[in-house]
Design a protein around this ligand. Structure first.
Ligand code: SF4
Ligand code: FES
Length: 361
């Protein structure tokens, strides 16, 4: 089977992070600072990515600004011909630092925001960060960089969609992604506290449509669906090992950022193998390419060419087997694992603050 060239690479420079977001999709157990790739090892990875024809690199974490060598990495990644998107909470950013990163080759910045007002935002992030984010947004714009923002939606902020859009427009965002929480890693631990009710979701979709009328000419608005309320799954990652790859802080190479949660699989490392070999030849990347691996009900389903059987990580996390149909699918024999997790309106008290688990607290 011929393998396409990956379009994008997610480079998780570190798992360390000053925030403790309750919806974090990073693994329960984070990789330690001592195991992180050195600057020279990352530079080699960027050269390999450029040689493979990868176009875009997302520099992320954790918080990539915690790497003191970030500027050096950016300089070399740019020399490898890569388009560089910095994904950050803004914490650790200064005006001087973002100007320097822009000069060194950062092409765009994605800044996260948790809620439209500081009190709630800081509760969700588990630390005081919101006010600094506003300053960071100004500095990003002043450095001449496109400002992309993203907000993860869940039970405690989904009713504030219009306010969130208004806030991001006032901070000068060019683009805002409103992504309903995905239940991987730490987020799965808080799923009960995070899942919105169906009524909340219907109201939020209407609010999004209204806000699109008001702000759609100023800011590009993206709505990422909450798959727990769908009858069919999302075409996760555009198919396993099809469009992109992720390199974790210690050099492990994954077909998607959440795949380290699949404990039944072994993933290769850039410390032992070339990136191109891992992409083209490794057992982990080939495991779910194409359609031959599928069992029923996917094997003969007419939707398989569109959704590739859904998400391998979700299939593993909910059923224990990554080769099963994503249980979001109404045709999956495990679909009740999703429907039984949905909250009812009667058990939802909008005045009560959820009792979240915070990482590291
Ligand atoms: Fe997709 Fe499989 Fe469900 Fe068909 S049965 S819709 S291919 S997940
Ligand atoms: Fe890993 Fe969907 S998140 S395949």
């Amino acid at each position: 089977m011929s393998v396409s060239i990956p379009y994008a690479m997610t480079a998780e420079l570190t798992h360390r992070c000053p925030l403790h977001c309750v919806y974090c999709s990073n693994p329960l157990e984070l990789q330690k600072r001592e195991s992180e790739l050195t600057a020279q090892e990352w530079i080699d990875v960027f050269e390999q990515a450029g040689d493979m024809g990868i176009v875009q690199v997302h520099l992320t974490g954790g918080e990539p600004l915690l790497r003191p060598d970030l500027n050096e990495l950016v300089v070399h990644a740019r020399e490898s011909g890569l388009f560089l998107n910095l994904i950050t909470s803004g914490v650790g950013m200064t005006e001087r630092r973002i100007r320097q990163l822009a000069r060194s080759g950062i092409d765009s910045v994605q800044l996260s925001v948790q809620a439209p007002e500081a009190g709630l935002a800081d509760t969700i992030a588990g630390t005081k960060a919101h006010e600094h984010k506003e300053r960071a947004a100004k500095w990003i714009r002043a450095a001449g960089l496109p400002l992309h923002m993203n907000a993860v939606l869940h039970r405690q902020n989904i009713h504030l969609v219009e306010d969130l859009i208004e806030l991001c427009a006032s901070w000068g965002a060019d683009r805002l992604e409103l992504a309903n929480a995905q239940y991987y890693g730490w987020a799965l631990l808080n799923r009960r506290q995070l899942l919105p009710t169906r009524d909340q979701l219907i109201a939020a979709e209407a609010a999004f449509a209204r806000a699109k009328e008001r702000f759609g000419h100023r800011i590009e608005l993206i709505w990422v669906i909450p798959d727990y309320y769908e009858d069919y799954p999302k075409p996760c990652m555009g198919g396993w090992g099809n469009l992109s790859l992720t390199v974790t802080p210690d050099g492990t190479v994954l077909p998607c950022t959440a795949a380290s949660g699949i404990k039944s699989m072994k993933f290769e490392s850039v410390k032992e193998r070339r990136l191109k070999w891992i992409w083209e030849e490794s057992a982990s990347f080939n495991a779910y390419r194409g359609f031959d691996w599928m069992a029923e009900p996917c094997r003969n389903c007419e939707h398989r060419f569109r959704d590739f059987g859904g998400c391998r990580c979700q299939a593993y996390l909910l059923t224990g087997d990554p080769s099963r149909a994503d249980p979001v699918c109404a045709r999956s024999p495990h679909h009740r694992l999703v429907t039984e997790a949905l909250p009812s309106e009667s058990e939802f008290d909008p005045l009560q603050r959820p009792s979240y688990s915070y990482r590291g607290k």
